[in-house]
Ligand binder design. Sequence first.
Ligand SMILES: [Fe+2]
Length: 526
Amino acid sequence: MPISRRTLIVGGVAAGAAAAALPGTAASASGGPLRTDPFTLGVASGDPDHDGFVLWTRLAPRPLAEDGLGGMPDRPVAVQWELAADERFRHVVRRGVALARPQAAHSVHVELNGLPPGREFFYRFKADRHVSPVGRTRTAPAPWTLGGALAMAFVSCSQYEHGYFTAYRRLAEEEPDLVLHLGDYQYEYTKDTYNIPGGNPRDHEGPETETLANYRQRHAQYKADADLQAAHAAAPWLVVWDDHEVDNNWADEVPENPDVPQPHFLARRAAAFQAYWENMPLRRTSIPRGIDMRLYRRIQWGRLATFHMLDTRQYRDDQGCGDGYKDCPAAYDPARSITGPEQEAWLLDGFRRSSARWDILGQQVFFAQRDNNAGPATVTSQDSWDGYAASRDRITRGWLAAGVRNPVVLTGDVHAHWASDLKLDYADPTSRTVGSELVCSSITSGGNGADSDPATHPFLAINPHLRFYNNQRGYVSTKIRADRLDADFKVVPQVTTPGAPVYTRASYTIEDRVPGLHQTYLRPLG
Ligand SMILES: [Fe+2]
């Protein structure tokens, strides 16, 4: 295991103080000490590379405070952090102090580097006499190595009101190496506006989120959930948003429904971005600038996998014919894009430079075609890549031209599990398979759902590249190795009451250099 000189020095310094708890010196920059526990929102880590990651927390003794400031005093507060090789903090390898500022809702983002690759670490924070829960994180393998098998799980669509976050809890219990959240981490609605059959078991606090105070309060309500905290504390996350972190089906500078004008939409977008940055374990490169925030980025997991994390919201052209399922000529217009030209060039360049065994696109909306019309018309969802078919075609041809070894698209958004082969030409049934798409169901959005025979969904007959469907809540667990990627579609049978068990509904394998999915397990129905 290569150990850098810097790590040795830090390790040496830390050794002398290894058994000591976090020192309790002068935590508050001014004013009295914090009387009540400010660590109500848990801890998180994210964006690992081979020598570091981001550690995150946010101080909020009263997470539901309407002003979004979590009950914190209007002054900076010093927060100590500690990184250790063991869960009991006997072998501390780094420690330091970060300032939680009111301008950033007293969030803390500690960006570390110089750590050894392929290692597990534990971290915690302290403010005054209060100590945070402990989080577990890890560095990626060294850039030149394949490393061991990677346990990666991905999730999307966690509507707090629609159920308990049991799926997050079950995911945490698996202790994966890495978690991807593909969007709809939170929802903008006020209570009683987005209801499941039988009524929502929980309610949002506050109005529909429009101001910075609203978004901060909403993030805090979500982060106060113990199951979500467990999932963050279990592994580093790679997060990207979809629409509900801002406004349903927004597109660049256009809100959900142009018929319902939002004169302040750009201010709303900026507020949503600011709160998203404050509440997520993101690097400095994602700090918002005005109405913009750079969220698309690449994360390298040794030579095993490259994660191309996409933002299909911020730069997209508006939906060509509005939202919903349409037969829309504009969807095929090569002048329209779901990524925007800069992100597209960045992605295609990433394909050309990649020497990874697996190139994984972590992104929001359905990539494969899903035609809901059994006749000659092609009727597709205009909010997904189907609404930007020329854009999809450029990306698909881009990975083919670059000779990408194993392209795999990961998707959320649709509140159901799906698996699909990816085609060069969806209009041609003989078109070859050029990749695979795995789509995770929601954590809660849509409520309990129901099990069904996965072969009976009408889309599967019309779109033979679609391979699997399940409308229950859950997540997807993958194991990525040099020679194959195994994916388990995990479901929890209900979310409207807490404590459901989890089971695998179906498993698929993708073999190295063989585009497309092989079913390896299907649980009998009922
Ligand atoms: Fe959603």
